[in-house]
Design a protein around this ligand. Sequence first.
Ligand code: PHE
Length: 344
Amino acid sequence: MSGLETSVEALKRLEAEALEAVAGAEDAGSLEDLRVLYVGRKDGKISGVLRGLGKLPPQDRPVLGAEANRVKASVQRALEERKDELASGRKGRHPGLDLSLPGRPVWRGGRHPVTQVVDEIWEIFRSLGFTRARGPEVETDWYNFVALNTPLDHPVVDEADTLYLKSGLLLRTHTSPVQIRIMERYEPPVRIIAPGMVYRRDTPDATHTPAFLQLEGLVVDEGITFVDFKATLAEFARRFWGPGTKVRFRPSFFPFTEPSAEVDVKRVATRPDGSLEETDWLEIMGAGMVDPAVLENVGYDPERYTGYAFGMGPARMAALKFGIRDIRMFYDNDIRFLSQFAQP
Ligand code: PHE
């Protein structure tokens, strides 16, 4: 009878070995390997014992057969249970690891609200046939002032407003020098939009920051008139602010445009209760017909070519658009503020 005992013992050892292996399996793949190894129909170790029963003396078969079936069922149950555990992520070897917890949110970047406004402005002008240009932020007196018909004894050139570098170069105070750089390089027709950072010696307050974005526009060609200027900017304003927007051109002065204008809009805004109201007049840009002296400075023939230019502040536009009272909030980089504008 020792043969039978040994076989029952061997089955119990096989069971213990299988249960331990199953408990230690970390994924469905290793569980499947174990299933094949122990209870697989063809070559499974336990199935092999069952298949070999026929060769045993008839009196030994019931005991060993019953034990083999019990071990087989036990291992199969263990396999099922471990499979469920792994699927639900509970218990197992890492009791602290609960895979059923919802995942942590993944931080996704979004475009800055001012960038969103720049992109929107760009998209409108792109559809009107403009291309995009840019120029350096460190400039010379010539590009920032002189070529733009602004003599160096003009009050805006004052060191109190302009940030000069030791080299005598300066941080551009507006994007208008891009007008000069583009006209120097290209013959008309010119039709560009140039967004970029500009710098002024300003004390920060609700409407000023010493570094801010500007967006320049320039159109020069034969036969460009004040009508083109007004119609294009009015079209832009209505597309940006909505179809009901009223546009007003107020006389102004810039050394590089003649005549010059401030462009104001009165837009239809939605109150929190859903009703509509007209806003006050909001100043959105400085603009004008390019001064012939500027065209001469870049070697364009002012008898042949005319044009218009405009400059606006996207942060100001964003503040008006989103109802933000203090422009500094756009530059504080407080994620609680910025994430409210989240848009990929
Ligand atoms: N550069 C002017 C400013 O910074 C704006 C402007 C641009 C005005 C183009 C007229 C034409 O205020």
